[in-house]
Design a binder for this molecule. Sequence first.
Ligand code: SAH
Length: 248
Amino acid sequence: MDIPRIFNVTESAHRIHNPFTSEKYATLGAVLRLEPETRVLDLGSGSGEMLCTWARDHKITGLGVDMSTVFHKQAELRAKELGVTDRVRFIHADAAGYIADEKVGVAACVGATWIGGGVAGTIELLAKSLSPEGIILIGEPYWLKLPPTEDIAKNCDATAIADFLMLPELIESFEALGYDVVEMVLADLEGWDRYSAAMWLTMRKWLKANPDDDFAPEIRAHLTSEPKRYVTYTREYVGWGVFALMAR
Ligand code: SAH
């Protein structure tokens, strides 16, 4: 079981697999006012940076579920590196339908809401693991400005304009599901550059190490087209943030 290989290659050197930086995760942990021993569930936990650093800094306990073999291994290494293996656990599995055995104070899906079939389905899934007064965290893209054409949306790595909302509509959509938006931390361009531009050097190094791999032509083509595509489209049109929700 694994995610498409392109991500395991292009994001193999990433600690955070979205436009957040370690500073943004630190801000998010602080503004949520996490109490020690709060249980945090993270669906699509990637390389485990959120759970591991919050375990170190806020003494939370965490359970992360992720389908990537590469990122799952990195998450376990990161827990060892930060000395939090007694506080966090990472499961290599498909998180679709995953419900925690014990209710959690924070249930998160940060940049992987396809796991629940979209934002609404993911909120519904996370709510099944959440204790009363618990907080749901959703990391999601939104349009900074509406793409004038469907082609431009596709160049932003969306399948259609309808994939994302503008920020006010995204906030409204949470409210329409019966949630208060109680906090939010938004990514900035520096975070976008860290996420996207870091892939380019990773691809370049991978090509040097794997010149005869079947996947090499695809990675070569991607490295050639990505920098210009990214600065022309994603960087101009797509915002990203983590939204903290509490049921009304
Ligand atoms: N929240 C992490 C990772 C976000 S990227 C971070 O902040 O770094 C999206 C993640 O979802 C990737 O780690 C990918 O491996 C994982 N993923 C994709 N589909 C999944 C699924 N069905 N079940 C579990 N994890 C999945």
